[in-house]
Design a protein around this ligand. Structure first.
Ligand SMILES: [Zn+2]
Length: 62
């Protein structure tokens, strides 16, 4: 089963709906980043990530 990513908050999960915002997740994503400390990460700020986790760099809606 492929992992999916949320087009809104970029978080990666196996769910059909985003565990954070409930939006429909997409198979069309690439670039995996692991954010451990969002407060200390420029990338996290760029992607508007506030919760530690695994995120996609780019996500397109299906
Ligand atoms: Zn989301």
């Amino acid at each position: 089963m492929a992992e999916k990513a949320c087009p809104r908050c970029n978080i990666i999960s196996f769910e059909d709906e985003c565990p954070l915002c409930g939006y429909k997740t997409s198979n069309n994503w690439n670039g995996l980043v692991v954010i451990l400390d969002p407060d200390d990460s420029d990338l996290a700020k760029e992607l508007n990530i506030t919760i530690p986790g695994r995120y996609a760099l780019r996500v397109k809606e299906e």
